[in-house]
Ligand binder design. Sequence first.
Ligand code: NCD
Length: 332
Amino acid sequence: MAAGAGYCHGVAPRSAFAPHRHLVGIADLDAAAIGVVLDLADRYQAIAAEPVKKLATLRGKTVINLFFENSTRTRTSFEIAAKRLSADAVNISPSSSSAAKGETLLDTAKNLDAMGPDVVVVRHAMGGAPHLLARTLRCAVVNAGDGQHEHPTQALLDAATMRRHKGGIDGLEVAIVGDLAHSRVARSNLLCLTKLGARVRLCAPWTLIPPGLTELGGEVTRTRSRVTTRLEDALDGADVVMMLRVQHERTSGEAPRFANPREFSRTYGLSARTLKFAKPDAIVMHPGPINRGVELAPDVADSGRAVILEQVSWGVAVRMAVLELLAGDAAA
Ligand code: NCD
């Protein structure tokens, strides 16, 4: 069966997610398991429109948000997701934790685990940090972004947003444009979208294209993705245009990868002019935070073509689905 074929809305059997005790990367999920999360997220998205948004699903459970890197959307939406399911949510940041006193990540995590949480959601600058915790802790571990490696819930919320707008993922042409070298969002999306049957064009200057990117997911990404340095080529006939921020915080001390933001914007920025290369009904996505006027022109970011705030709202629904699948009674 072709990647992603057959998994339309509401048909993925829930047992397809059952083998997963943690969510550390899209790399571990198959199309059926991804379909389970997206179908459940559809149900939770409907609840966001209700006057009372709370369910008893995770009553008595505890979710700890352990964020060692800055976050607005991801941390807040995990907290809201936990609270909407009636779990107790605890937020920990490095400046207020013993990490500031020299405690290792593993020691911090083991101490938190000893308090009996059901889920630890972790964001860390080190690729592989959530995998290390998943191998060590008793509770479930969710990766909320590990360095330049993966950001699985972002890819899932992006897929949910695309499904809502395009009816499905299979057969979509998706352009991912920007700082591919430092983007965990690009890597998780590349894996997720190709597993679901989309074709992905990856676009950046050569200096921001990591070698072997299209090999990341083996045969599936090799045959369903390609790289290009020409924006027009990436956008030509695309159904979805996903723009990425230049992640300056990951390049401090390195030689610059491009001349300056103005030059980057002129060559790789999405404007009303360059968006015309994509399909007339193409949607514009961005994981946030946006650098307005660099990768994305403000008039495009604020236009009806952009679904950026919808992505944020799907973030809550998708994270509710993930928490329920990992900590709900069916997961026990
Ligand atoms: C992304 C991240 O942190 O990886 N943002 C997010 O989670 N919404 C992308 C970014 O920081 O540019």
